[in-house]
Design a protein around this ligand. Structure first.
Ligand code: DGL
Length: 271
């Protein structure tokens, strides 16, 4: 490991999805170096139990901590929704998930207090967004819905046209019916389907991307600790994956919005 990895921001996700969070971080904090771990051998997390997702999350965090990160971003909504307390209790660096920043942004944006949340089955089942929204604004009425098919659609690049539109109508019709004025995109993959989701929800519904809200929260934590790097600094971005890198590199470029500079295959062992 090169010594310049020390002091980077560590970011992990179940696979490529967290690259939407990394993209927001790179835009908001251009001087910060990052280490990204995609647990591509064990993806998806969204359909797994909280216990298993928590175990994987601890291993991912340990891998990044060993490389000297100064802050950890849990860039996966599912992992953030179930593993954050455990991670916060055990790690000696600040840990941020994507749920609380996204919920706070949605609570601030909504006029009526009627807020929709979409995510993986695990995220929705955990009730984490529902709890954070209630904490941020006690008058909210939250409608939540799992949209598991959005994940493979986004990875296939099938983000426009009849197929995603039909799937989106099926999933989102109950949320449209409840009259939400704000919808949280509570999964790393959903920003890629933003246009089709916006079309189905209608022009009166604001979409909140947890990734952008999380980048803002990371900037605030680093600033409060005096740990921000100068924006002019040449940042370095490194990628690690637990399965072979080819598909991650290929699909990941769509999520990051630019080609990836290379990814290293690593073994995050459970021994
Ligand atoms: N990254 C996950 C999330 O944001 C979606 C993919 C998965 O199920 O692992 O919840």
């Amino acid at each position: 490991m090169r010594p310049d990895s020390r002091g980077a921001i560590g970011v992990f996700d179940s696979g490529v999805g967290g690259l939407t969070v990394l993209k927001a971080l790179m835009r908001r904090l251009p001087g910060e170096s990052t280490l990204y771990l995609g647990d591509t051998a064990r993806v998806p997390y969204g359909t797994k139990s909280p216990e298993v997702v928590t175990l994987y999350s601890i291993k991912n965090a340990e891998f990044l901590l060993e490389r000297g990160i100064k802050l950890l971003v849990v860039a996966c909504n599912t992992a953030s929704s179930v593993a954050l307390p455990e991670l916060e209790a055990h790690l000696r660096v600040p840990v941020l998930g994507v749920i609380a920043p996204g919920a706070r942004a949605a609570a601030a944006k909504s006029r009526s207090g009627k807020i929709g949340v979409i995510g993986t089955p695990g995220t929705i089942r955990s009730g984490a967004y529902q709890r954070e929204l209630q904490a941020a604004r006690p008058d909210v009425q939250v409608s939540a819905r799992a949209c598991p098919m959005f994940v493979p659609l986004a990875e296939e690049g099938w983000v426009t046209g009849d197929v995603p539109r039909l799937v989106a109508r099926e999933y989102l019709a109950p949320l449209v019916a409840t009259g939400v004025d704000t919808l949280v995109l509570g999964c790393t993959h959903y920003p890629l389907l933003r246009d089709v989701i916006a079309e189905v929800m209608g022009p009166g519904v604001a979409l909140v991307d947890s990734a952008e809200a999380t980048a803002e929260a990371v900037a605030a934590v680093l600033a409060s600790k005096g740990a921000l790097e100068a924006e002019s600094r040449a940042a370095e971005h490194r990628y690690f994956v637990t399965d072979v890198p080819e598909r991650f590199m290929d699909v990941g470029a769509k999520f990051l919005g630019q080609p990836l500079s290379g990814a290293e295959h690593v073994d995050v062992s459970f021994g």
